[in-house]
Every structure is written in structure tokens, then in C-alpha cells.
Design a protein around this ligand. Structure first.
Ligand SMILES: Nc1nc2c(ncn2[C@@H]2O[C@H](COP(=O)(O)OP(=O)(O)OP(=O)(O)O)[C@@H](O)[C@H]2O)c(=O)[nH]1
Ligand SMILES: [Zn+2]
Length: 210
């Protein structure tokens, strides 16, 4: 076990190995979705989740949101980030546009909730979201999107309209089998608690927030 303060090495994420494990219809305030769980291991308690509109047509340019897990924002409405509002907006857009939300279990940009809470504590001491990860000996962004591409392929999708402000997310599709035909912005108005965070994302992480 690493001593306190030592860098924590995360296991290499073999995310592309996830396969379809179970599915069921989930009625939500946004409408009905087919929820499909994808995991490398059938006993995985945190599988990636695809919420698929019942009339999604894989031959369309499907509206897709790849949403990285944020327990604080998605579940509890934390105002420190924009995730909860983005998820709400994405679910609305996907419900209206017969698309898909892929909920990727990459909490805290892939460092997990324990490290994210430590990073928040450092941010309360004056570090920004990038410096806090680095101070913990962790990557600024440890996420991978290969698994999401595997999920989209499993659903028969070839062309997508991607809901994101993050250039790295668009770039992750590279020359792969899924073509991003359009990027759709998903911008949340800043509030008091997330203003600095959003400014760092825009100025230092290159997010398209204008
Ligand atoms: N390590 C760390 N993770 C954070 C912090 N704030 C939010 N997150 C995580 O960041 C992830 C969301 O990333 P964002 O940069 O907000 O958005 P994105 O998914 O890269 O880009 P969009 O598609 O435009 O939303 C989620 O996994 C959150 O848990 C933070 O201060 N530190
Ligand atoms: Zn968040």
C-alpha cells in the first residue's frame, strides 16, 4: 500500500473488454430508456451503463452523450461542477432525439471518488482542479473512451452527434470505426461554486465553453 502522500498507481484500465451483461426497461421522468449494463466481469458492481431510447435507430446520426460518473454532481446535485446539470440536459436531449447516454464509471476523471474528495480538499486550500490531481501524484485526466466506442459498436452505431465541450473526447474517436459527424455543445451557466472550475476547464484544459 502506498504511504500517505506517495503517488497512487492506478491499475491499467482494460476498459475496451466490457461486454453486454444484462438489460431492462427503465421508465424515467425523461421518458423510457433501455438500460444495458456492460462489464468485463459478470460480478462487476460498477458496470458502464447505456441508456438507449427505445426508438433509437442505429442507422441515424445518433445523438450520444458520453457522461463520466460524478457521484457528487449527478446524484447529489453538487454545485462544485457542471456534471449534474449536464446529465439532466443530456437526458432531455437524448429523450427528444432518440439517442443514447453512455454512463461511464470513470469517477473524478478516472481517479475515483476517494481521490476526488482529497482533490476537492486541496482545491479548498487554493489549488485548482489540475494542480490538485498533480499534487496527489495522479494524472490530470485518467479517462479512456475505448470502452464507449465498443458499446456504440455493440449497438450497431456508426455515425454520431456527440454532446460535449471536451476536445479530448472528440479526439478519442480518431480514425476509429465510429464517426463523429457533429459536435453538439452542452454548456451550463457558471454559478458561484463552479466558476473557477469552469474557468480552469476553459483556459487550461481547452474546453469549448464559449
Ligand atoms: N479529479 C477531479 N475530477 C472532477 C472534478 N470535478 C469534476 N470531476 C470529474 O470530471 C468528470 C467530468 O468531466 P468534465 O471535465 O466536467 O466534463 P467532460 O466529460 O470532460 O466534458 P463534457 O463532455 O464537455 O462534459 C467526472 O468524472 C467528474 O467526477 C475535480 O475537481 N477533480
Ligand atoms: Zn461533477
Amino acid at each position: 500500500m502506498p504511504e500517505h502522500g506517495e503517488p497512487i498507481l492506478l491499475p491499467p484500465a482494460d476498459l475496451a473488454a466490457a461486454t453486454r451483461r444484462a438489460e431492462a426497461l427503465i421508465p424515467t421522468p425523461y421518458g423510457d430508456f433501455r438500460m444495458i449494463a456492460y462489464a468485463g466481469d459478470a460480478e462487476d458492481y460498477t458496470p458502464h451503463l447505456a441508456l438507449v431510447h427505445p426508438e433509437m435507430d442505429p442507422k441515424d446520426d445518433v445523438i450520444v452523450r458520453l457522461h463520466s460518473e460524478c457521484i457528487t454532481g449527478d446524484l447529489f446535485g453538487s454545485k462544485r461542477c457542471d456534471c449534474g446539470e449536464q446529465l439532466d440536459r443530456a437526458l432531455r436531449m437524448v429523450a427528444a432525439g432518440k439517442g443514447i447516454v453512455v454512463y461511464l464509471r470513470q469517477e473524478g476523471r478516472g481517479i475515483g471518488i476517494i481521490n476526488k474528495l482529497k482533490a476537492y480538499q486541496l482545491q479548498d486550500q487554493g489549488l485548482d482542479t489540475i494542480q490538485a490531481n498533480l499534487h496527489l501524484g495522479l494524472e490530470i485526466d485518467a479517462r479512456h473512451y475505448g470502452v464507449a466506442q465498443g458499446i456504440l459498436q455493440d449497438l450497431g452505431i456508426r455515425r454520431i452527434q456527440l454532446l460535449t465541450n471536451n476536445p479530448l473526447k472528440v479526439d478519442s474517436f480518431g480514425e476509429g470505426p465510429i464517426e463523429v459527424v457533429r459536435r453538439l455543445p452542452i454548456i451550463v451557466s457558471p454559478g458561484e461554486a463552479n466558476r473557477n472550475y469552469l474557468r480552469t476547464k476553459q483556459l487550461d484544459m481547452g474546453h469549448w465553453l464559449k
